[in-house]
Write a protein that binds this ligand. Structure first.
Ligand SMILES: Cc1cc2nc3c(=O)[nH]c(=O)nc-3n(C[C@H](O)[C@H](O)[C@H](O)COP(=O)(O)O)c2cc1C
Length: 344
């Protein structure tokens, strides 16, 4: 079944449905949106070099993430305040993702509780902003581990929230008060991002979670990648926050190969930012990723059709990955090698 809805079409439908302020908040990049504009364009700087005559009668898109079996190499990135896009919010995205056999990353800035999400999710990870009130972070992480989170994703590119062009008028606070019910009343500075986070916090998170693997999100440099691994990170997640943090930061497609080269085969590497098609996912695999994640596409799918929309989006991406693998002469994710793309 071919992809019936392109990313542009999905975005157009979401723009029609959502109030303009809400659409603007979800779509916006930071600054003058330079990084936002380069993220998706950068993947096209790596044209595919397909192999021919390889017997691709059978293609398997399945793979594993930190040991968890998943249906394909494309998953859902953490995005805050998902009820802005659709009343079903985080539970809707988590369920749609599970229905498609992918992995869901729940944001610290969720608008649902850990229990609500865990009740409908398949495999899921908790994205962590270490908060100014560290005890609060520790409590959230302990509860997430008890609710079945299989890993923590430490977002490392957000010591402060960058100013965003189109985010005015949407009242999102810094609160994490929805994740655990006893914190409903909290919405103060203690719940904001802690700007003093360092590599040492990788070990701290592992400890307070009772040993969950820690993935560091926001890596764009080889030297930082090495420091993360040496500090105990289990995997690295190349990201510029979808162009919502440092404007002018490198497109992730250009950072990926450097990060992979720095860590070799020591750990898994993931990527997000402007991934819009199954071909982009295959390019990401060729550049060194084990898996790719989508942010805005899932929000637009949620806005237009709730959890079914998210399931259909991911199923379409899975089929596109399947097709792209076959047309590249690969029978599996493992057969994708760096020579499958041409470097600019
Ligand atoms: C509306 C919105 C909210 C986001 N909230 C978070 C968040 O709470 N935590 C986080 O680590 N990243 C957050 N991100 C960044 C995403 O995890 C991801 O890096 C980015 O959306 C990927 O780019 P894409 O939207 O082009 O797929 C957010 C992105 C968007 C668009």
């Amino acid at each position: 079944m071919p992809l019936v809805t392109t990313y542009d079409e999905l975005e157009r439908r979401a723009r029609e449905i959502l109030p303009p302020d809400i659409f603007g908040y979800l779509a916006t990049g930071s600054g003058v949106e330079e990084t936002l504009a380069t993220n998706d364009a950068a993947w096209r700087q790596f044209p595919l070099r397909p192999r021919i005559l390889r017997d691709v009668a059978r293609v398997d898109t399945g793979t594993t993430l930190l040991g968890t079996p998943v249906a394909s190499p494309v998953h859902v990135a953490p995005t805050g305040y998902q009820t802005l896009a659709h009343a079903s919010g985080e539970a809707g995205v988590a369920k749609g993702t599970a229905d498609a056999g992918s992995l869901y990353v729940l944001s610290t800035r969720a608008t649902a509780s850990l229990d609500e999400v865990a009740a409908v999710a398949g495999p899921w990870w908790l994205q962590v902003y270490v908060l100014r009130d560290r005890d609060l972070s520790a409590r959230i992480v302990e509860r997430a581990a008890a609710c079945g989170a299989r890993a923590l994703v430490l977002t490392a590119d957000t010591p402060y929230v960058a100013a965003k062009a189109r985010a005015a008028n949407v009242p999102v606070g810094g609160s994490a008060r929805f994740l655990i019910p006893e914190l409903v009343a909290r919405d103060d500075e203690g719940t904001w991002q802690n700007p003093s986070v360092t590599f040492d916090d990788i070990g701290w998170l592992r400890e307070v979670s009772g040993g969950l693997p820690v993935v560091v999100k926001g890596v764009l440099r080889g030297d930082d990648a090495r420091s993360c691994v040496e500090a105990g990170a289990s995997a690295l997640y190349v990201s510029n926050h979808g162009g919502r943090q440092l404007d002018g930061a490198l497109a992730t497609a250009f950072a990926l190969a450097e990060v992979r080269a720095a860590v070799g085969e020591e750990c898994e590497v993931y990527v997000d930012g402007g991934i819009r098609t199954g071909r982009d996912v295959v390019r990401a695999l060729a550049l060194g990723a084990n898996a790719a994640f989508v942010g805005r596409p899932a929000l637009w799918a949620l806005a237009t059709s709730g959890s079914d929309g998210v399931r259909d989006l991911l199923s379409s991406l899975h089929e596109e990955v399947d097709e792209a693998l076959a047309l590249c002469g690969c029978r599996s994710v493992a057969e994708v090698t760096p020579d499958l793309v041409r470097y600019p």
